[in-house]
Each structure stands twice: as structure tokens, then as C-alpha cells.
Design a protein around this ligand. Structure first.
Ligand SMILES: Nc1ncnc2c1ncn2[C@@H]1O[C@H](COP(=O)(O)OP(=O)(O)O)[C@@H](O)[C@H]1O
Ligand SMILES: O=C(CO)[C@@H](O)[C@H](O)COP(=O)(O)O
Length: 472
């Protein structure tokens, strides 16, 4: 028998770095590690120090016990974040994260200048506040000295990959969240309008092309192969070995709903972002800013455990504590409505789950349609992310979707997808094929429940009627 071959996959997400050491042959997780990040900012601001991502990465990787032996590594990271580096490669300022909504006016201006249809056709997405282009426009306007000091612009996963290899690289999945990459290359017209040049951006690797090798002095074995990495949602799609048309709902800091599609999506309404996946296909996706953290915050305000929900009542909660992206309400705050004397704390908490799941489920068919895949209500919805472990989340999704829900036993699908990318460099297989061989998507399928149309209608009506309160 040959020696055991192990790779490391990392998820550098909003709240923490999570690393898995995985046996290439069997997919068995042989070691894991986790280290937290700090997100700072009040109001609409959300920032993190990229140097802290790097130390959390090193800590998480070391905790797997395989850092000095793993043959290859890959990094999946939170999408969109603007990392600005000076001429020496040091961060000019903290990174502006995907959920920083201060860039909402700049996003609105970008869309106003050229029209939503133009953006959807040109880059697949209508840029909202989360997109890197809007963040760069915010920086130029609000901190011109920082923009002027920026020699290189990176995304979170690019930053970590470059620290490993010394090469400025990215991949098509993460590049598609910038709003300055067309699906074929960087768009010179958009870059010129933003005062950026291609030389400031990383090289976009082809799917399966190695980013390089680990340099000496880092947290991993020198010479280990480094796979391209990608955005966290693209990595999770790889980690599930996702076939075209299978819908996924991810419940984490962000809520996302997406599918791999063969067709290039374009949604001029802006609800669905037309991302690329990490292979040669597409990943239409809708994303909310308020998901597990918002619901946990409501539970804490009510003094309840997160599982302590009760059915019934007339309360509606729109848990838009961070502003919201789907629907596009960056200036909104949370709203409690329909509360009566007999409303219980458990019903209010359930209403917060309902409000957080509502827009994601409402966007599910749009996601499939945008990529030209048929919507089939009988097909199981794959439920992943930290929230997927919670019973209240599972029951909420079953009740509001009316679909069968499959909960993969494997956790940390972003890190697993990154590990599959790393393994594919060693075996020559496609990364999604590796994940299918590892059986990462398998898990119990929960039967569908009758769709709770009464709650869905109440949420839709409240959203419409509350529009003046949720706008600017
Ligand atoms: N057993 C559980 N039940 C419900 N929610 C959970 C459970 N475990 C973790 N979570 C939620 O998962 C979230 C983290 O999910 P994760 O997918 O790791 O987030 P991210 O990758 O965005 O940092 C936490 O905010 C927490 O609310
Ligand atoms: O902005 C998006 C997708 O467009 C988010 O999904 C981020 O990629 C953050 O991911 P998590 O930290 O919640 O996993």
C-alpha cells in the first residue's frame, strides 16, 4: 500500500478560517482547525484586517496536524471584499467586506450611469453595494489618499493565495464578483471608468491551473502545490460535486441560494448575480446580508435559545439588521410588525427565521431560470452552512419551500471544495468529480411539508406596505 496522500482545504469566511486535512483517496477528514477573525465597524461599515486572515489561516492549518505533510492546498474565501495593497504588498487599510453597505450610493451611481441591462449583459450582474467595483468607487471618493497608495487590488482568497505562492492570481469564480470581469477577461472600459489598470489586478487562472507552489517560511510545507482557490460559494458548489440545476441553500453569515448552470445568467432586475463557477460553468446566486447572525441576535434580544421557537400568531419580522441586499434595501433596519398581546417570544423568534428564509426561497426559481435550468419543486434542496445543523432552520426551510430538503452529513463544504481543488492537482480528476467520489453531498432527505402560503403571503404584504420605512 502506498503512503497516505493528504491535502488541505481552507474556508476563509467572514467570521473565521476553517481548515480541513483530507485523505485524497477516501475523502476522510483526518484533521481540522479553526481560528476566528474580527469584523469591525458600526452602522453600515464592515471591515477586517487581512493580516488577521493570514494569522487565522496559519493557526487553522497548523491545528489540522498536517501542515508539514500535506501535498497540496487551496483557499476558498468570502467573496467581493476589497483588499488594497501598497507597493510593498502590505495592506493600505482594512479590507471592505461584502456586507459593508456604505458603498450603496456608489453602486446606485454605477447602475444609473450605464443602466442595469448594460451591466447584466456585460459582466452578468447588476452591481450592488457588495460588489468590489462599488467598494473601490467608495474608497476613491471617501479616502482618495488610500486609493492613490493602492498598487494592487485583491479579493480575500487572492490575498491568502498570494501570501502562499508569491504570485498574484485569482480564479474566474471570485473574479465574477468584482463587476469588472466579463467572463472572458477584465473589462478595459469599466476599469478605465474606475481609474484602475489591469496591472493592478491578479491574473485569472484557468480552471484546474495551479496557482504555484508554497514558498519557504510559510505555514505549510515548502513546495506543496497550491490550487487556484475560489469564492466561498463556488467552493461549496465544488465541495458538493454539484450537477447543473440542483439548488443549494446556504445558511451562514450570509444566506445564499444558487445552482450550477450551463447557461450564462443575466438578470437585469439585480436579484440574481450571474457569477461564474470555479469550473467552466456558471453560478447564478441570490444573497442576503441577514441570515444566521441576525436570527441569533433576535434570539438573544428575546432571551431565548435559538431552537426555542413556537408556531402560530400574526407577527412578521424583517430581520434586516445590517441593511439588506435581497431585496435591495441597503438602508433598511430590522422591522417587527403584527405583534399582539398574546404574541409569544417563541413566535417572534420563529417570525425572524421566516423573515430571513423568505427572500432566499422567493429567489430560488429566479436563480434556476436565470441560468436556463428547469425549476422542479420535487427536487431536493441541498441545505448547507452552519445554520443547516439547526432544527429550527431545517423546519423553517421545509415549511416555506414545500420541497424535500437534503442535509449533507459533511460539514464545512467550502473547505471540502477547496480540498477537492487541491486533490485534483494531484490526481488529474476534475474537482467536482473528486467531491462526488468522496460522497460529500450524501445525507438524510427530509420529506416535503405543505407550503405555508399564509406566512409567505403575510411576509410579501408586509414588505410591500413597509417600503417607505425600509428605503433611505
Ligand atoms: N447547531 C446550530 N444550529 C443553528 N445554527 C448554527 C448551529 N451551529 C452554528 N450555527 C450558525 O452558523 C453560523 C456560522 O455558519 P458558517 O456557515 O460557519 O458561517 P460563515 O462561513 O459565514 O462564517 C453561526 O452564525 C451560527 O449562528
Ligand atoms: O457576498 C456573498 C455572495 O455574493 C457572500 O456569500 C460572501 O461570500 C460571504 O460569505 P460567508 O462568509 O457568509 O460564507
Amino acid at each position: 500500500m502506498g503512503a497516505q496522500r493528504v491535502v488541505i482545504g481552507v474556508d476563509s469566511s467572514t467570521q473565521s478560517a476553517k481548515a480541513l486535512a483530507v485523505d485524497v483517496e477516501t475523502g476522510e477528514v483526518v484533521g481540522q482547525g479553526r481560528a476566528g477573525h474580527t469584523v469591525s465597524g458600526t452602522g453600515g461599515a464592515r471591515e477586517s484586517d487581512p493580516r488577521q486572515w493570514w494569522s487565522a489561516f496559519a493557526e487553522a492549518v497548523a491545528a489540522t496536524g498536517w501542515a508539514d505533510r500535506a501535498e497540496a492546498v487551496s483557499v476558498g474565501g468570502q467573496q467581493h471584499g476589497l483588499v488594497t495593497l501598497d507597493a510593498d504588498g502590505a495592506p493600505v487599510r482594512p479590507a471592505l467586506l461584502w456586507n459593508d453597505v456604505r458603498s450603496a450610493p456608489q453602486a446606485a451611481r454605477l447602475v444609473e450611469e450605464r443602466g442595469a441591462q448594460w451591466w447584466a449583459e456585460r459582466v452578468g450582474s447588476v452591481p450592488g453595494a457588495s460588489f468590489t467595483a462599488a467598494k473601490w468607487a467608495w474608497l476613491r471618493e471617501n479616502e482618495p489618499e488610500a486609493a492613490a497608495a493602492t498598487a494592487q487590488v485583491r479579493l480575500p482568497h487572492d490575498f491568502l493565495t498570494e501570501r502562499l505562492t508569491g504570485e498574484g492570481t485569482t480564479d474566474r469564480g471570485d473574479a465574477s464578483g468584482t463587476a469588472w470581469w466579463t467572463g472572458e477577461g477584465y473589462d478595459p472600459e469599466i476599469l478605465a471608468a474606475l481609474g484602475l489598470t489591469e496591472r493592478q489586478l491578479p491574473r485569472v487562472l484557468a480552471p484546474g491551473e495551479a496557482a504555484g507552489k508554497v514558498r519557504a517560511g510559510g505555514p505549510l510545507r515548502e513546495g506543496a502545490l497550491v490550487a487556484p482557490g475560489t469564492g466561498d460559494n463556488m467552493a461549496a458548489a465544488l465541495g458538493l460535486g454539484l450537477a447543473p440545476g440542483t439548488p443549494v441553500l446556504s445558511l451562514g453569515t450570509s444566506g445564499t441560494v444558487y445552482a450550477v448552470t450551463r447557461g450564462r445568467p443575466q438578470d437585469p432586475s439585480g436579484t440574481v448575480a450571474g457569477f461564474a463557477d470555479a469550473l467552466g460553468g456558471w453560478l447564478p446566486l441570490a444573497c442576503t446580508l441577514n441570515c444566521t447572525l441576525a436570527v441569533d441576535r433576535v434570539a438573544a434580544l428575546l432571551g431565548r435559545d435559538r431552537e426555542d421557537v413556537e408556531p402560530g400568531g400574526s407577527a412578521v419580522v424583517l430581520p434586516y439588521l445590517d441593511g439588506e441586499r435581497t431585496p435591495n434595501l441597503p438602508y433598511a433596519a430590522g422591522l417587527f410588525h403584527g405583534v399582539r398581546h398574546d404574541t409569544t417570544a417563541g413566535q417572534l423568534l420563529q417570525a425572524a427565521y421566516d423573515g430571513a428564509a423568505y427572500s432566499l426561497l422567493a429567489a430560488l426559481d429566479d436563480v434556476l431560470r436565470a441560468g436556463g435550468e428547469p425549476a422542479d419543486d420535487g427536487q431536493p434542496l441541498l441545505l448547507i452552512g452552519g445554520g443547516a445543523r439547526g432544527n429550527a432552520w431545517q423546519q423553517t426551510v421545509r415549511r416555506l419551500s414545500g420541497r424535500p430538503v437534503q442535509v449533507p452529513r459533511a460539514q464545512e463544504l467550502v473547505a471540502l471544495g477547496a480540498a477537492a481543488q487541491a486533490a485534483s492537482l494531484l490526481t488529474g480528476e476534475a474537482p467536482d468529480q473528486v467531491a462526488r467520489r468522496w460522497g460529500t453531498a450524501s445525507g438524510p432527505v427530509l420529506d416535503p411539508l405543505p407550503r405555508d402560503t399564509e406566512t409567505l403571503d403575510r411576509l410579501a404584504l408586509t414588505l410591500r406596505q413597509a417600503a417607505p420605512l425600509l428605503g433611505r
